[in-house]
Design a protein around this ligand. Structure first.
Ligand code: ZN
Length: 193
């Protein structure tokens, strides 16, 4: 398992709900948490590891020793948003790009946990921002899609650089071709969704 970078097609995949929380899903979530901590992130969506599942992991403390902040959200749905706040944001699939973006200040979310039970969660500040960012990933949306024109102009050259590097990686055979990626995503979807 590894984190894919923009413009990997998995990042544009609209993920379907997970059918059943089984051992395989628990294994995937566990590996994603490890990868998130290793990458010093606070959240990681399944799309970012090329898995088309409505699943993301989160720990706003970004510290594996602070397990109380650790959560896995399966089939999440944001059911309430309040307030609006602009803060700088980044993404493990676009490393090095940071831009200011307005998000709801507080959110309420429902999801299924690793135990297969539904739960409700309220978040504010950094956790709220991270959850909104990860829920967007599951819909194939990146934070850079939502930037205002000035912020977009500021980062557009870096975005182009990612596109160039990705195409170069595919030509060099280091990254699979788009049709091979789509086939793999469809197989995973058939297995879990
Ligand atoms: Zn991201």
């Amino acid at each position: 398992m590894q984190i894919v970078h923009y413009p990997h097609p998995a990042l544009r995949w609209v993920s379907k709900p997970v059918r059943e929380v089984n051992d395989e899903i628990r294994r995937i979530a566990g590996e994603m948490l490890e990868l998130m901590y290793a990458s010093k992130g606070i959240g990681l969506a399944a799309n970012q590891v090329a898995m088309p599942l409505q699943l993301f992991v989160l720990n706003p403390k970004s510290d594996p020793n602070q397990k109380e902040g650790e959560r896995v959200f399966i089939n999440p749905r944001i059911i309430d948003r309040k307030g609006l706040v602009e803060e700088e944001e980044g993404c493990l699939s676009l490393p090095g790009i940071f831009a200011k973006l307005k998000r709801a200040e507080r959110i309420k979310i429902t999801a299924t946990g690793l135990d297969g039970q539904p739960f409700e969660h309220e978040a504010e500040g950094l956790a709220s921002r991270a959850i909104q960012h990860e829920v967007d990933h599951l819909q194939g949306i990146l934070f850079t899609d939502k930037l205002n024109p000035l912020e977009k102009i500021r980062v557009i050259m870096k975005i182009r650089e990612f596109e160039k590097n990705f195409r170069h990686g595919q030509r060099a055979g280091e990254i699979p071709a788009n049709d091979a990626i789509a086939k793999s995503l469809q197989e995973l979807e058939a297995a879990h969704c």
